[in-house]
Design a binder for this molecule. Structure first.
Ligand SMILES: Cc1cc2nc3c(=O)[nH]c(=O)nc-3n(C[C@H](O)[C@H](O)[C@H](O)COP(=O)(O)OP(=O)(O)OC[C@H]3O[C@@H](n4cnc5c(N)ncnc54)[C@H](O)[C@@H]3O)c2cc1C
Length: 385
């Protein structure tokens, strides 16, 4: 298996680099790599303007087919784009959920009308999305969703509650998993609805995180409406469509995420050198081990992409990176030593935020226990425990 980039990929890399050098200037450049998990509050308006600039120049929807307004970029070109983007320290994107979760779902399961209505404003950076799956009693066991959607003339009327809905407070639309047939068995009675967020039947309450910031929310639907045609797939197909979305959750962006990880590790390493903590053999050993494991993750991710087998293998990737990232947060605190978590200075600094936010890495996107369950059942064929 050849894990190297081709000459065409390298030409593409030069184009991306040149574009970023020309456009990532002024207020965009001064933001650095602001945003992202735990930092979504940073420079939001500027990041939104940056998103639109990316859209104008065709950098959103790179991998979508040309017929859907994309560039039809190969997998390796998408990897190249993400790598260069992260290397340039460009701001974190504001519409990851629209571009990387909803758009591929519409390409795979949506109607032609849905694609032509919803893809262009994602590509131009004009409409932001959030994901309405989890509920107070439906997280890992998602099929227990209780939010109801009932047909009323040409509309669906939605009532219920979602929780942990990332970025709902800035989203224009939400893809909602709702129960449309309460008489059907657990998985069969669900539908996947596209619902506008700016309407009277929706209340959004922010949840304050351990970091003191707030990027996810409780979302209450009380007679919220969406047009009858805004169901992806048929009514009752919701489970299948929702699982298709989850399959897109970890793709080529994994490699860009690792560039962010490498930067964080460099930061910890540099601090250890500066403070002398690196003289401690246990700290030196932990830093070395982190570096090795990051390399292993990179080659594993490249191999998985080259094999184009994102199925249950994505669970292996999550099980590698989430605990690794948590350990890095713990290592950062060990390097800082006594008083590392002294928060009396007001705002958290980068490493404190890293330590606190990484507590959630093993929960979101499917908890580690659930990933192990997927591997046990789908890859090893073991019986349900
Ligand atoms: C930062 C963050 C952002 C999020 N963003 C979104 C979002 O935008 N949209 C959205 O819909 N959701 C979002 N979530 C929710 C996330 O998907 C859920 O938290 C996750 O699926 C776990 O569900 P739960 O919190 O209900 O925990 P539970 O399902 O109640 O699990 C509690 C514990 O029990 C364990 N457990 C549960 N079932 C089993 C089992 N069968 N075997 C072994 N152990 C088990 C779990 O691993 C976990 O440790 C987000 C969560 C976080 C932390």
């Amino acid at each position: 298996m050849d894990l190297r980039f081709s000459a065409e990929d390298e030409t593409f890399r030069a184009q991306v680099r040149e574009w970023l050098a020309e456009h990532l200037v002024g207020e965009f450049a001064s933001l650095g790599d602001a945003g992202g998990p735990g930092r979504e509050h940073e420079g939001f308006d500027v990041r939104r303007a940056w998103e639109r600039l990316l859209g104008e120049h065709g950098w959103i929807g790179l991998g979508w087919p040309a017929s859907a307004g994309g560039r039809g970029a190969t997998l390796m070109q998408q990897v190249v784009f993400h790598e260069e983007y992260a290397q340039a320290r460009a701001p974190h994107r504001v519409n990851h959920i629209g571009e990387n979760l909803l758009a591929p779902t519409l390409l795979a399961c949506g109607s032609e009308e849905q694609r032509s209505r919803f893809l262009p404003p994602i590509r131009s950076g004009d409409e932001l999305w959030c994901q309405g799956y989890s509920e107070p009693d439906a997280g890992s066991d998602l099929a227990k969703v209780k939010t109801r959607a009932v047909r009323d003339g040409d509309d669906w009327v939605v009532t219920g509650q979602k929780v942990w809905t990332s970025l709902a407070h800035v989203a224009d639309w939400c893809f909602v998993l709702a129960r449309t047939d309460p008489s059907a068995s657990k998985h069969a009675g669900l539908s996947y609805l596209l619902l506008p967020m700016n309407q009277p039947g929706i209340e959004i309450r922010p949840i304050v995180q351990i970091t003191g910031t707030s990027e996810f929310n409780e979302v209450f639907f009380d007679g919220a409406r969406t047009a009858a045609e805004n169901v992806v797939g048929e009514p009752g197909d919701g489970w299948k469509v929702a699982m298709a979305t989850l399959g897109f959750e970890r793709g080529v962006a994994t490699l860009a995420q690792q560039i962010g990880f490498a930067r964080e590790l460099d930061h910890v390493m540099e601090l250890a050198r500066r403070t002398g903590a690196i003289e401690d053999p246990i700290i030196a050993d932990r830093l070395t081990q982190s570096w090795i494991e990051l390399k292993v993750m990179r080659y594993t991710a490249l191999r998985m992409l080259a094999e184009e087998t994102p199925g249950a293998e994505a669970s292996i990737s999550k099980l590698l990176w989430a605990p690794w990232h948590q350990r890095l947060g713990e290592l950062a605190m060990a390097v800082r030593g006594e008083g590392a978590l002294d928060l009396t200075g007001g705002e958290l600094d980068e490493l404190q935020r890293l330590y606190l936010f990484t507590r959630s890495d093993t929960i979101y996107g499917g908890s580690n226990e659930i990933q192990r369950d997927i591997i046990a059942r789908r890859m090893l064929g073991l019986p349900r425990g």
